[in-house]
Design a protein around this ligand. Structure first.
Ligand code: HEC
Ligand code: HEC
Length: 167
């Protein structure tokens, strides 16, 4: 009995430690051909395309982010499609302060409020290998990028996902 309990605990500990690792499946409807399949398993690579800030707030779980979102390969990639890694998101706050975060293997990027702050409204410049890759000139006051940048876009908003293309 005790042995079973110890084995279970070890298994649980291992599951919690896996930072996003391999919680994905092949999906040909995504430009990256792969999608997150880990549901609400907490990870920096979880639910690409989703409203990170809104969901964490409403569930009272997960980190508190100032800004968070996903960089994609295609403007119409649906929720949970994996995005593009290694894109730097340079955010300029209303006070001129510049903060940079980089997209991870899932295309997700985030800034937790323990690590920094951004004065709203802000603008955005994307960078890859030091080169400019698209910018948002519009000043916005919502840190959850994916709420505006959805797969279908918005009538009075962006055309769709945040995509990186050489300027
Ligand atoms: C539909 C709800 C939902 C969405 C959308 C969501 N999360 Fe989460 N997230 C959760 C929940 C619930 C937890 C806590 C559960 C857990 O840690 O297993 C969590 C936990 C986390 C954690 C903590 C992991 C750990 O090891 O403690 C990170 C990091 C994270 N989320 C990042 C993100 C990012 C980045 C996004 C957006 C691209 C995002 N989440 C979108 C629900 C969500
Ligand atoms: C309140 C809605 C809203 C939010 C939130 C938002 N955007 Fe945008 N974004 C827009 C609109 C509208 C455009 C199109 C006009 C423009 O380019 O300024 C746009 C365009 C862009 C572009 C240029 C087009 C492209 O896809 O390359 C980038 C890059 C971008 N946004 C990145 C971001 C990032 C990164 C965040 C979060 C840190 C973010 N946006 C949050 C509304 C929003």
């Amino acid at each position: 009995m005790r042995l079973v309990a110890i084995t279970l605990l070890t298994l649980l500990a291992t599951a919690c430690n896996s930072e996003g690792g391999n919680q994905t499946t092949a999906d040909n409807t995504c430009s990256a051909k792969v999608a997150w399949s880990g549901g609400d398993h907490g990870s920096s690579e979880m639910r690409p395309g989703g409203d990170c800030i809104g969901c964490h707030k409403s569930r009272g779980e997960g980190p508190n982010y100032v800004v968070a979102g996903t960089i994609y390969g295609d403007i119409a990639d649906h929720d949970n499609c994996e995005g593009k890694s290694a894109i730097t998101v340079q955010i300029t706050g209303a006070d001129g302060k510049v903060t940079s975060v980089t997209s991870n293997a899932a295309g997700n990027f985030s800034l937790s409020n323990s690590k920094g702050s951004v004065k709203f409204p802000y603008t955005v410049q994307l960078l890859y290998n030091g080169k400019k890759y698209g910018a948002m000139a519009t000043k916005v006051s919502d840190g959850s990028c994916n709420t505006c940048h959805t797969a279908t876009g918005e009538t009075e908003g962006p055309a769709g996902r945040i995509i990186a293309f050489e300027e």
